[in-house]
Design a binder for this molecule. Sequence first.
Ligand SMILES: *Cc1c(COP(=O)(O)O)cnc(C)c1O
Length: 346
Amino acid sequence: MPHSPLRLVLEGEALVANWRWCDARSGDAACGAAVKADGYGLGAAEVVRRLRAAGCRDFFVATWAEAAALAREAEGASLCVLHGPAEQDMAEAVAAPARPVLNSAEQVRRWRQAAPERPCDVMIDTGIGRLGLSPEEARSGLLDGLPIDTLMSHLACADEDSPANPRQRDLFAELAAAIPARRRSLANSAGLCLGRRYAFDLTRPGLAVYGGVPRREAEGHVRQVARVEAQAVQVKEVPAGAGIGYNATWHAPERCRLAILNIGYADGYLRGFSSRGRARFEGAALPVVGRVSMDLTAIRCDAAPGLREGDWVEIDYALPEASAQSGLSQYELLTTLGGRHARSWR
Ligand SMILES: *Cc1c(COP(=O)(O)O)cnc(C)c1O
């Protein structure tokens, strides 16, 4: 295989430790894991394999294609398709071992017609205004007799101290008391930081498992999972006044040394890091200078005189800090990591 000049170094132990922290925060509730969007960009198959070995039994994807791609890794575990079955998914959905989340009256009717005996999950919209039955629909008798495995809802503002959180929680508890289901599930990563009252029977963290810090309660507990490393294509000196990168948004204040790294916005290192990001080599912090371009990023490396062409440099990608540097959310930072990275688990 040709050599890849950029790589994601993935810490399996940190992934598992993060999931265990979420599990402990969930109290008596079981703790699952959201592995949609290819495990938030890190590789869903590897994530599922590692979390299953740690004891995780519930996985969540967005689409049937994502479920099909995980058929082997998730065999024997619970795999749940959050977007539910569209008309075109029905053949796949009734044959697949994964369970649908029914989100609308139409999806409920469709599922009842095709597979009335098969367990399903049901999403109620208690205030996020995204997917789910309205509380009125949920109470209307529409769900009578349906074999519901997990009744769920999703918090809109769990990463803030918002009155919407207890409001959604109480409404969900009230609906869950009236609608028979094997389990009840409300909390994502931020939600399980809010306390046991939010955990019900099953939690569904994603971000925190992958090293994101959704709220201050997770600070110091959640560890970085994905490290981004890129090779220096060229190391050079430029004279004082030289303009660096497209549109010369940065000028060398004096003669300085630059390393041009093999990473750019096509690799998910987006332009928000232009003149704001940082890289590290042998302990020295090296600032990004000028615009990030499609495949290349310049860093100033006077502080690392030992840095040579071909050396590997670590890009600062601890999610809370990288989010502050770039203006991107921690979710975007993970899911934009592109396909050119070699992934190496350790
Ligand atoms: C993505 C998603 C999650 C996971 O959310 P995080 O904020 O990443 O923990 C949980 N539940 C649903 C319905 C989701 O769509």
